[in-house]
Design a protein around this ligand. Structure first.
Ligand code: ARG
Length: 260
């Protein structure tokens, strides 16, 4: 009888020891008490089909918005979306006002010094939009000396500033750059190709068209604060899971009408 009790005690202690080492060795599995269950997302919601506000419901819609909501679900976090200026996103990450910037943001070396990026989640690039009846701009060379509209703080703005003798007008929203082209205030818009294409399909083709070939190839990433080294990795894992379970493809097809 006593032997049995001893054996029981010892196996209990062994179990306890195992459980303890198990916890210590696998920190990822042990949820931290302070871990936030809210994912504060910043975006510039005038960039369809990636992020925009539904006219009727005022809800945030688009590929990025569906993707980050699916990521949130995957991570067991509630996604809260805040609309802000595109050039305010990185400062907002720095200040700790948001946890992630999901805004069709191109992964660049320069930005990589200030934030952590996830792995690329979408392949994009820049294209040129001109007025429908424009016959003089057929290539990036033809932009020299012209008036260009871009969104402030974007890769489009960076490219536009490389064009010789061009006058670059920077707008807070990409949609305002489109408006300026429509109004005849500029000769061309330099902006992300899928956004330009969406604009044309949504009615823009009555006044505008694409000129020449895409200027760049770019990859979008989700940005997190430099200090927050964990979150980008967690989002990567979540996106990986969404790719495996078909959810990523579903969202992609919903917004782009074809498989990734
Ligand atoms: N991809 C471009 C960049 O990173 C433009 C992104 C603009 N995004 C937006 N939601 N307005 O510079």
């Amino acid at each position: 009888m006593q032997k049995k009790t001893m054996a029981l005690l010892m196996s209990l202690m062994l179990l306890l020891a195992l459980a303890l080492t198990g916890c210590g060795g696998d920190k990822k599995e042990a949820p931290k008490k302070a871990e936030s269950k809210v994912l504060r997302v910043g975006t510039n919601a005038a960039f369809a089909p990636f992020e925009f506000q539904d006219e009727k419901t005022k809800e945030y819609a688009g590929f990025d918005m569906d993707l980050i909501r699916a990521v949130g679900k995957q991570l067991g976090m509630e996604v809260q979306i805040a609309n802000m200026s595109f050039d305010g996103l990185i400062p907002a990450l720095d200040a700790g006002n948001i946890d992630a910037a999901v805004s069709g943001m191109t992964i660049t070396e320069e930005r990589g010094k200030k934030v952590n990026f996830t792995k690329p989640y979408y392949t994009s690039g820049l294209s040129i939009l001109v007025k429908k009846d424009n016959e003089t701009i057929k290539d990036v060379k033809d932009l020299e000396g012209k008036k260009l509209a871009v969104q402030i703080g974007t890769t489009g703005a960076i490219e536009a500033k490389k064009v010789k003798n061009a006058t670059v007008r920077e707008f807070n929203e990409a949609s305002e750059a489109f408006m300026e082209l429509r109004n005849g205030g500029v000769d061309a818009v330099l902006n992300d190709l899928p956004v330009n294409e969406y604009y044309l399909v949504q009615g823009g083709k009555d006044v505008a068209k694409t000129a020449g070939k895409p200027l760049t190839s770019e990859h979008y990433g989700i940005a997190t604060a430099k200090k927050n080294t964990e979150l980008a990795g967690k989002i990567d894992q979540a996106i990986e899971a969404l790719k495996k379970n078909g959810e990523y493809e579903k969202i992609y097809v919903k917004w782009f009408g074809r498989k990734p």
